[in-house]
Ligand binder design. Structure first.
Ligand SMILES: [Mg+2]
Length: 105
């Protein structure tokens, strides 16, 4: 496996998981969203309990990421494009907030 992954690699890995899961592609997207929430809870639990290691936390974070990719794939969302677009919006919003604070009306 490659040491460095990009978004298309993550999409391919997620497709492989969906292919290997009997109802992976056909189950409801709302099931996938509930799975995402379950995995977010597992991240919180791993962070809150001392018995969990950083590797455990990392495992749970990757579960969250896979759930996001599952939802994006089923909705045919290009996450590469979406990440770029959203980052531009975030930066623009933060710069505006900074600018508005620096230049009170
Ligand atoms: Mg998990």
């Amino acid at each position: 496996m490659k040491a460095v992954l990009d978004i298309s690699d993550l999409e391919e890995m997620t497709k492989e998981l969906l292919d290997l899961t009997p109802d992976g592609w056909t189950r409801s997207i709302y099931f996938d969203v509930s799975k995402l929430l379950e995995e977010v809870g597992e991240v919180a639990e791993a962070l809150n309990k001392s018995k969990y290691t950083d590797e455990d936390v990392a495992d749970e974070i990757t579960d969250v990421i896979v759930c996001c990719f599952v939802i994006a794939l089923k909705r045919k969302i290009d996450l590469n494009r979406a990440m770029i677009n959203k980052q531009e919006k975030r930066v623009k919003k933060l710069l505006k907030r900074f600018h508005d604070k620096e230049c009170p009306k």
